[in-house]
Design a protein around this ligand. Structure first.
Ligand code: SF4
Length: 476
């Protein structure tokens, strides 16, 4: 991996001083406590020299792979370094990361970043996706410590993202350490299933080949990594992330569970505060953001969102909201599964009892259909009246988002001869709903016409009253 270069001609010491001064004015960036302030922070002119290339022996050579740090030492210096590493591991074993996470829960991102870089040095790297997580690089720069940045080039990114990578490299004087998917695996996937198989059978397989495995390779050369995960990015899967944790999914260079530490310095920061920070510090941004993109990933799987839409609605929009993790942070989903937010068993009910999530669409104008009720509706070829039914899960943010309009619609239709119902289709009803009721993601809205056996699926994501009424009027 390459490193941050201290002597970037594009960053003058004057601009460093003024930008650092502005950092102190931002709410999410607090002054460092004296005990953790790197000495270089107090002297901007010295700090530029403190950020030295990590591979000082060959400063001009890019190292495009994660260094195999476990190789046998060839020199006395390497043997000493290895010995130091062993000492560090022993010290590391004593760290209680749950406790550390509690201690750092109210720390600023800059403090957390500084702690992470101080602790792991060259064995830690920032995972950079090409979106607003560029803020992590700025925080790293502000610590004055050397840092490494890696990114997963899936081969499916937007051109704007590649240009952004280049702009970031130039701005910070760094080489991003790109990780690429295995060419043979990509070839096998594309030859057997085509270029867009993820629209047909889900994004997991493609993400596994293009993202997860390259990430696994990258992390096997590290002892810790730094992510831009935030709690507010995905209420379903990221609400519980701590600022530091033992990585629940991946292994580091020493191998085995517990061999990798995951730092999430902006876990507690809200998206708007990240953007205030980026703007104030004149950090380069991906031009896709100005086109309505919030969360940025691969081109075929990312789209702009409208004002008010949650950013994760712009990713894998054809799939369940709760499954919107590409595998890079699958521990979040695993944790969720542990809480039985899963696709089988009586999971959702358990979650409700754990988190006290109330049921939704609660009005007399909406009929709460049980499994026998919806079975009957499916079997009838001649219904006395048409039905509109939403397949939902009460924990689903998108279902919650349409609750007001669906209730209003039901009340409007009351007495018109059109019945409005709801069927809770998560937990142990999910497979049935997928096979018999065309459930793809929550919410799915079905219209059961009066004289037809098969329900018709509402094809749009516009769930306002007028759009739903237009759908009903076109079919009744
Ligand atoms: S985000 Fe889409 S294109 Fe990118 S790796 Fe995942 S499924 Fe493939």
């Amino acid at each position: 991996m390459a490193s941050a270069a201290a002597t970037s001609g594009s960053i003058s010491s004057h601009s460093l001083i003024s930008r650092d001064a502005r950092a102190a004015l931002i709410g999410s960036v607090r002054h460092l406590e004296a005990s953790i302030v790197p000495s270089t922070l107090n002297c901007p002119s010295r700090r530029r020299w403190a950020v030295k290339p990590l591979h000082a022996v060959e400063p001009t050579r890019r190292n495009d792979s994660v260094a195999p740090l476990a190789a046998a030492p060839a020199t006395m210096a390497e043997a000493v370094a290895e010995e130091k590493g062993r000492g560090r591991e022993e010290e590391e074993e004593k760290v209680d990361y749950d406790q550390l996470a509690r201690e750092l829960e109210n720390a600023s991102p800059l403090e957390i970043m500084d702690k992470a870089l101080e602790k792991f040095g060259d064995d830690i790297a920032i995972a950079f996706s090409g979106a607003e997580d560029v803020a992590l690089i700025e925080y790293a720069r502000l610590t004055g410590r050397p840092f490494r940045v890696f990114s997963l080039d899936t081969g499916r990114l937007n051109p704007e993202t590649y240009r952004f990578f280049d702009a970031v490299e130039k701005h910070y004087g760094i080489h991003i350490e790109y990780m690429f998917p295995d060419a043979v695996e990509v070839q096998a996937l594309v030859r057997s299933k085509g270029l867009f198989s993820f629209y047909e059978d889900g994004h997991q397989e493609c993400c596994r080949v293009r993202k997860v495995r390259p990430l696994r390779r990258a992390l096997k050369g590290l002892r810790a990594w730094i992510t831009g995960q935030r709690k507010d990015q995905s209420p379903g899967t990221r609400a519980q992330i701590p600022v530091v944790q033992v990585d629940p999914s991946f292994e580091g260079i020493d191998g085995g569970i517990g061999s990798l530490i995951k730092w999430n310095p902006v876990a507690n920061v809200e998206g708007k505060d990240i953007w205030d920070f980026i703007r104030t510090m004149d950090v380069p941004v991906n031009s896709l953001h100005s086109q309505g993109y919030v969360s940025i990933g691969c081109e075929p799987c990312t789209r702009p969102v409208l004002p008010g839409q949650h950013e994760r609605e712009g990713r894998w929009w054809w799939e369940d909201a709760k499954a919107k993790e590409c595998g890079l942070h699958k521990g979040n989903v695993a944790q969720e599964a542990a809480q039985k937010l899963g696709t089988n068993g009586n999971g959702a009910a358990a979650v409700n009892s754990v988190h006290g999530i109330p049921d939704i669409f609660e009005t007399q104008a909406i009929v709460n259909l049980s499994r026998p009720g919806i079975d009957n509706l499916l079997r009838l070829e001649n219904r006395r009246e048409p039905w509109l039914v939403v397949l939902y899960a009460p924990w689903c943010r998108f279902c919650q988002g349409m609750e007001a309009s669906y209730v209003e619609l039901a009340e409007k239709l009351s007495g018109t001869g059109i019945k409005v119902g709801k069927f809770r289709a998560d937990g142990d009803q999910k497979t049935f709903a997928q096979q018999q009721l065309q459930l793809g993601s929550f919410p799915t809205i079905l219209f059961f016409p009066k004289h037809a056996s098969r329900p018709i699926k509402y094809p749009s994501e516009r769930r306002d009253v007028d759009s739903l009424l237009a759908f009903i009027n076109a079919l009744r």
